[in-house]
Write a protein that binds this ligand. Structure first.
Ligand code: F0G
Length: 456
């Protein structure tokens, strides 16, 4: 079979919102040239995030109807708990309203001043929760993972020798936990190999350091392992996932990704004592442990979604649709992170628009060009999101200037993807004509969400 088809048919549809180029020009100006400030009704293809944007299945919607809204002991909780236990093998399953709520609880318990947390790469909210507790967060990505154009199978892998050195320097007693982010969102949606997870888990165990998984995209990572890791090709994704979780002491999960729901998350672990404390914190911040910041119906949808995400026909289509996009763009030399990730394609704006220096925001220029030309919304991950100032007020650029095009799960079809590629190619053909931006207003923290930009 040469064509990998969408493994679903569509029963319920939503209209797309078309605008003309001149309307988009006006909309973007009104939104101060910041795509976060554009109403989604003015976006044709929205690739801002793959988080909370999945299309739910008929069975998930049916689950929403049978969801039981009892405050305590809802059967929907038990269905959810049993499903997560079956997939992960963890004892304690604590529902939260999304991933960062699980992180907040975890790092309130384990964080604090003088402590060091390590990872292949922490996602922003995870880092934020660690730093908020007073602790420090350190990334140990392999050199391979840091080279955007290098093609390799597992560019999300953790650099084990570097971590060993760090443990020797800081002392294992000051390192409560290692978090493996699968797939590595901040590094391009790249997977981590099973071998790397085994070795990292063994190193952590040797030093008494807890090993946790940031499991947002665990199914996509497990399918990459099946496709790319020697000896794994004949195992089911469910088996691989189960082995990943068996290496760990617990996990945090944003169900808004691989549980195919619009809201939800959980914290899971084996330690009885810590789980008790986590539930106590949950009660203060999220709700009673059998609903944790969610409705019973959300727990049903999560349970069903977690079963569906392990369907290998789905995962084959999922990873292929992003790879397909990458192949089309690569043929013409569009610069991007290679290979394409599990949930997104990351355009390399620095190489795409080399005439725009980092302090004039090439990522913003590229993201805005995609919107103006074709109504597509991506997100800049570069100087606007991560840029800092030195003591003299001069801008310090991050290592990469990227535009992430995240693909919502089960939402867009191949012709939508073809259209996105066409627009990228149009923008690429005219790349010399685009100009940068300067900041008119910026907030002291997380400025990319609300910044007002002026075209140069
Ligand atoms: N960990 C990873 C790897 C993530 O990608 C995210 C969210 C979270 C944790 C936090 O989960 O949003 O449910 O609180 N990533 C989204 C994104 C926001 O667009 O990549 P959350």
């Amino acid at each position: 079979m040469a064509t990998i088809i969408e493994p679903f048919r569509i029963k319920s549809v939503e209209p797309l919102h078309f605008t003309t180029p001149s309307e988009r020009k006006e909309i973007l100006q009104k939104a101060k040239n910041n795509l976060f400030l554009v109403e989604s009704d003015h976006v044709l293809i929205d690739l801002l995030t793959d988080s909370g944007t999945s299309a739910m299945s008929a069975r998930q919607w049916a689950g929403m109807m049978v969801g039981d809204e009892s405050y305590a002991g809802s059967p929907s909780f038990y269905r959810f708990r049993n499903t997560v236990q079956k997939i992960t093998g963890f004892t304690h399953i604590i529902p939260t309203h999304q991933g960062r709520a699980a992180e907040k609880i975890l790092f309130t318990l384990y964080g604090g001043k003088g402590k060091h947390f390590v990872s292949n790469t922490f996602f922003d909210t995870t880092r934020g929760n660690i730093e908020y507790s007073g602790a420090e967060a350190w990334d140990f990505l392999t050199e391979e993972g840091k080279q955007p154009h290098l093609k390799a199978d597992f560019k999300g892998n953790l650099d084990i020798p570097a971590l060993e050195k760090f443990i020797a320097e800081k002392g294992a007693e000051n390192i409560p936990m290692c978090v493996m982010t699968i797939t590595n969102n901040s590094g391009g949606g790249q997977p981590v190999s099973l071998q790397n997870m085994k070795e990292t888990a063994a190193l952590c165990k040797k030093h008494g350091i807890l090993f946790f998984i940031d499991a947002c995209r665990f199914a996509e990572n497990a399918y990459f392992i099946k496709l790319r890791e020697k000896g794994q090709e004949n195992r089911s994704v469910a088996e691989i996932a189960r082995e990943i979780f068996s290496l760990a002491d617990g996990c945090t999960m944003s169900a808004k990704k691989d549980a195919l729901v619009n809201i939800g998350g959980f914290l899971a672990m084996n330690d009885d004592e810590i789980a008790r404390e986590a539930k106590n914190l949950l009660i203060i911040t999220e709700g009673f442990p059998t609903y944790g910041g969610l409705a019973g119906r959300d727990l049903e949808a999560m349970a069903q979604g977690l079963e569906e995400v392990l369907d290998e026909e789905y995962l084959k289509y999922r990873l292929r649709s992003i790879e397909y996009m990458g192949e089309k763009l690569e043929k013409v030399g569009v610069p991007m992170i290679q290979p394409t990730g599990g949930h997104a394609l990351y355009l390399d704006a620095k190489a795409f628009l080399p005439h725009i220096p980092p302090h004039e925001f090439p990522g913003v220029a590229l993201a805005n060009a995609l919107y103006l030309e074709g109504g597509i919304r991506g997100v800049e991950i570069g100087s606007l999101m991560f840029g800092k100032y030195n003591e003299q007020g001069q801008p310090i650029a991050p290592p990469m200037e990227l535009v992430r095009l995240a693909i919502p799960r089960r939402v867009y079809t191949q012709s939508h993807i073809d259209y996105v590629c066409e627009i990228i190619l149009e923008v690429f053909a005219k790349r010399n004509t685009y100009k940068g931006y300067k900041i008119g207003y910026e907030a002291p923290l997380l400025r990319h969400f609300t910044a007002e930009l002026e075209a140069l």
